[in-house]
Design a protein. Structure first.
Length: 228
């Protein structure tokens, strides 16, 4: 009762296998189709959950919930993109298994963002990586970004400043403690906040070009970015 493949069965199997291997969609097409659309959708999903995380983080900033409610919204809307650039920068520069960060880089590079914006985005990621920020510095820098008094539509600037100031004080001290040989470190950190502002403008154009190409965002992103 030994199982034997007959000669004819061998021939039949070879023919089927050859046909199967020959009829696959060309790899570049598969990669291109799969990557552009799929990357945008995945990044949209990640940005949406990132906004949810950001709202929770912001609600836990001492004093934030006692700000005027409309100002709370204005601060969140005004800082969301910058906070997400900071977050995605941490992910980029995190020493996780190489595949992880490359995947994010690959997905952002192939999500329909035009080359003119990719450049400054990745320069920013690199400049954040070079700072080697501690988790405390990352958290405080994000809180300082959210508590920026001069966002559009903020009414009570002074109230926001009163929250941001102590954060800056602590951040300044941390920089001196963590980087004793770099007296300019705190200034370099604040320089990143200026760079973030310019990325805001690029981002508005990126959103517009996605919309022109009929890309859909989630309700939460539409609300926070005032689109649709
Ligand atoms: C709508 C979508 C297409 C979009 O539009 N503009 C941007 C954007 C892009 Cl491209 C770059 C910067 C800022 C924005 Cl806002 C995006 C995608 O934004 C994001 C935002 C944050 C994060 C955090 C991630 C991340 C991964 C792994 C782990 C973690 C983690 O927190 O552990 C986080 S991915 C991710 C994607």
């Amino acid at each position: 009762d030994k199982v034997e493949i007959t000669k004819e069965q061998q021939v039949l199997m070879q023919a089927i296998l050859k046909a199967y291997e020959r009829h696959q969609i060309p790899q570049d097409v598969a990669k291109r189709l799969y990557s552009a659309e799929e990357n945008f959708l995945l990044l949209t999903e990640m940005a949406t959950s990132q906004v949810q995380v950001l709202v929770e983080f912001t609600k836990n900033i001492p004093g934030f919930l006692s700000l005027d409610h409309e100002d709370q919204i204005a601060l969140l809307k005004g800082s969301a993109v910058e906070a997400m650039f900071l977050r995605s920068a941490q992910v980029f520069n995190r020493k996780t298994p190489a595949g992880h960060t490359e995947v994010l880089e690959e997905r952002i590079r192939k999500s329909g963002i035009s080359e003119e914006f990719i450049k400054p985005m990745f320069n920013f990621y690199k400049s954040i990586g070079e700072l080697l920020m501690s988790p405390e510095e990352q958290a405080l820098l994000t809180a300082v970004t959210i508590l920026t008094p001069d966002r559009p539509y903020v009414k009570d600037h002074a109230a926001v400043e009163r929250l941001q100031e102590p954060m800056l004080e602590v951040l300044k001290k941390l920089c001196t403690l963590h980087h004793p040989h770099e007296p300019q470190y705190f200034a370099r950190l604040l320089g990143r906040l200026t760079e973030l502002r310019s990325l805001n403008h690029y981002h508005a154009e990126i959103i517009t070009s996605w919309r022109v190409n009929d890309h859909k965002f989630t309700p939460l992103l539409c609300e926070i970015w005032d689109v649709q």
